[in-house]
Design a protein around this ligand. Structure first.
Ligand SMILES: Nc1ncnc2c1ncn2[C@@H]1O[C@H](COP(=O)(O)OP(=O)(O)O)[C@@H](O)[C@H]1O
Ligand SMILES: [Mg+2]
Length: 208
């Protein structure tokens, strides 16, 4: 059981002289907590575009539990992604609708997990749902926390989180560390441009 990036190489069509990903290799095994550190523009978010099928003209392979993602219809049954861009993550503007959608499409365990994680982060999700707020009414930090809660609420083996610490305060990050200790078999890959913040959450940091 692992998520393996093997010789992943990619360049955007208009920049053939600049490889955004150049033979990237990584194996994410159960319980792994790996941080990929890279400055802005180094190709971190591009990895998510490859994982979600937005980009497929890469070379190399990505396999999940032995199967290449090129042979899968989509990877969303296997990995849970946190996007740097919330617009990519949320289907509905109203948090209440997004919540309903997530809970209806999953099972009771999802609702329980959402409650639990909201509690860990000391985040008043119930109030946000009740007040009919949309993502446009929330602060950047609130949006990021919501994304984290919804991403972790999906019971998956692999979580890939793009800039999860952006807009979070120290206390949120502490809650994050505490919660990760409770997650057993899950493998997490953090992609971040903030090295110091990656350190307490990652067992290993790869420089991009
Ligand atoms: N569709 C695109 N066409 C051309 N260049 C792009 C495209 N999308 C992103 N890039 C460029 O590719 C580089 C890597 O982008 P990205 O993966 O978002 O970096 P990071 O997430 O590490 O900041 C950046 O220089 C970005 O401007
Ligand atoms: Mg990015």
């Amino acid at each position: 059981m692992s998520l393996i990036f093997e010789n992943l190489t990619f360049f955007y069509k208009d920049q053939q002289d600049r490889k955004i990903l150049d033979n990237f290799n990584l194996e994410l095994t159960p319980q792994a907590r790996i941080g990929v550190y890279g400055k802005k523009g180094t190709g971190k978010s591009t990895i998510l575009k490859i994982l979600n099928g937005e980009i497929n003209n890469y070379s190399g392979t990505i396999s999940i539990d032995g199967k290449s993602i090129a042979e899968m219809n989509n990877t969303s049954a296997k990995i849970s992604l946190l996007y740097q861009n919330p617009e990519k993550q949320f289907i509905f503007p109203k948090i209440k609708d997004e919540y309903k959608f997530i809970v209806q499409n999953r099972n009771d365990a999802t609702e329980k997990r959402i409650k639990k994680i909201s509690h860990v982060f000391n985040f008043n999700l119930a109030e946000i749902i009740k007040s009919e707020r949309t993502i446009f009414d929330l602060s950047s930090g609130e949006i990021r926390l919501l994304q984290i809660i919804f991403t972790l609420a999906r019971d998956m083996n692999y979580y890939i989180m793009d800039e999860p610490f952006q807009y979070l305060d120290d206390e949120d990050r502490l809650h994050f560390v505490n919660y990760l200790d409770e997650l057993n078999n899950y493998a997490i890959l953090f992609l971040s441009s903030k090295k110091k913040v990656l350190q307490p959450l990652s067992e290993r940091i790869i420089n991009f």
